[in-house]
Design a protein around this ligand. Structure first.
Ligand SMILES: [Ca+2]
Length: 233
């Protein structure tokens, strides 16, 4: 394989240190807003999207709000975000909420980033510093941070273990494009948590702190089709 996957995301089950991500200001958006983990896929199908619901402070759908997802340099470097140059970091994706208050993102890539989960609007039980996570902005105001999930969770195409945190940080060169692929090892990786219901951050695809059939359905298209994609030079 000519391109490396070594810039693949952190298997951040590995605790550098566990901290509670400080509450990000949610001034301006309603408490019923819903911001799941950010889902990326090599070739996103209809189900493989990140759908963010923004409510006003009166908790009615906010139409016309500009929602931006900013992948900071740490996430941008270590995840694979296909379709543009690997040197293009940080990366920002933007959408405007529709009449039902929803902004929808189809982001090409692979990897798992962050150990946390969504607790209402706060992202908790996170091993990464908040500044490493995807910043969620509404009308240019930071309202949340989130981890990233994908069907493509396993680094090694061989039957190897997940990378340790130290390996990951060392093996994240910034000088070549990355390759994301959903392969047998990814399916095996996700199968055990889904069958057992034992919590695994990288298989909690929607970030609701439960690993169940909902997560399985979100990654089924990618697992069935064996998708892949690449970053460019
Ligand atoms: Ca879940």
């Amino acid at each position: 394989m000519s391109v490396t996957r070594s810039r693949r995301a952190l298997r951040s089950v590995l605790a550098l240190f566990i901290l509670i991500v400080p509450a990000v200001s949610t001034a301006g958006i309603g408490t019923q807003s819903k911001i799941p983990a950010i889902l990326i896929a090599p070739l996103p199908k209809l189900s493989e999207k990140t759908e963010i619901y923004i409510a006003t402070e009166q908790n009615v759908p906010w139409s016309g709000a500009i929602v931006s997802l900013v992948f900071p340099p740490e996430a941008c470097d270590l995840l694979i975000l296909c379709g543009s140059s690997y040197t293009n970091c940080p990366k920002t994706f933007t959408d405007t909420t529709d009449a039902s208050g929803k902004a929808t993102f189809y982001i090409l890539g692979g990897g798992c980033w962050g150990s946390g989960y969504d607790s209402t609007l706060t992202w908790v039980h996170e091993s990464l510093p908040p500044s490493y996570l995807v910043q969620v902005l509404v009308n240019n105001q930071l309202v949340a941070v989130r981890g990233v999930r994908s069907a493509d969770a396993v680094y090694n195409i061989q039957a190897g273990p997940l990378l340790t945190a130290s390996q990951l940080w060392r093996s994240s060169p910034k000088d070549c494009p990355g390759w994301a692929a959903v392969e047998l090892n990814d399916i095996l990786f996700h199968t055990n948590p889904i069958k057992s219901g034992i919590f695994s951050p990288c298989t909690d695809i929607n970030g609701d702190h439960v690993v169940d059939i909902t997560d399985a359905l979100l990654i089924t298209p990618a697992c069935k089709s064996g998708e892949h994609c690449t970053e460019t030079n």
